[in-house]
Design a binder for this molecule. Sequence first.
Ligand code: TPP
Length: 300
Amino acid sequence: MIMLIPLEYNGPKMQDYRCSAQCTWCDGCGDYGIWTAVKRALVELRIAPNQVCLCFDVGCHGNGSDKLTGYRFHGLHGRVIPFAAGAKLGNMKLPVIAFGGDGASFSEGIGHLVHGIRSNYPITFILHNNANYGLTLGQASALTRQEQKMNSSPNGIPEHTLNSMDMVFALEPTFVARGFSGDIPQLTKIFKAAIEHQKHGFAFVDVLQACPTYNFFATHEYLLGKCYDANADGHNPRCEPSKARALAINTSEKIATGILYQCEDAPNFYERLKPRNGKKTTLVEEVKECDVEEFMKKLV
Ligand SMILES: Cc1ncc(C[n+]2csc(CCOP(=O)(O)OP(=O)(O)O)c2C)c(N)n1
């Protein structure tokens, strides 16, 4: 086979991430916008498909794992953060992005999200926030509005809706952003910043997304009308956490999007690991082939 290799490599292109598997998301699903913005962000950062680890949770969004190329891992529902963090700690040179739904991240896997943020694992986490369990046909999640009628809760849910941003800020995050699946240029900018933040720790990105099949409240049009770019409006993310927290949780009139908070001064989890201090190699580079025969003989 003859391959044509360009004389000069100008970095990856969008089509390098192209995959022949067909998208099965519903027409109008916000996953399309997020999927496009992720690829754009990676290409603009000159990260090729073989230079990134993309980790997917189970859910509609997780089905994106075979809708693009690159090193991908598709794990168990709610468990994306542990395996993404493990991949990163094994190879600190690798950009790692974890994707999770609001069902997975704020119910089944809420413990992992809590400890991912408080540990300041050096990874990027992108929340596909469609405010329901999409893949299993529209049950209420912890982020569904209490009064919203859903398939398994026709009278609304008995519990109050979790204030997700308030919870995230209580965990002393080092990066918090919010985007909207209908604004791909802004999402691309946010994702680039969130990928670059990995050297400082855990980057939490909440993406409000349309779910035209099950979420009849936060529609594309509703989000388009409510969301505004807080950074363009003068908000500086390197502010006091309390200021960013107030901006993030006050969504009654308008919803602030953009990079809401960023702190580059706190050490990340890896930097706090004393046995790794001063090491120039990664754990992956340190793995050696080892003959365990003698060791096994001692066991029997
Ligand atoms: C531990 C576990 N609990 C529940 C399920 C069933 N399940 C698979 S996908 C899914 C819904 C996913 O919802 P969400 O995480 O919000 O993602 P979305 O589909 O909305 O993108 C559920 C409940 C499972 N596979 N594993």
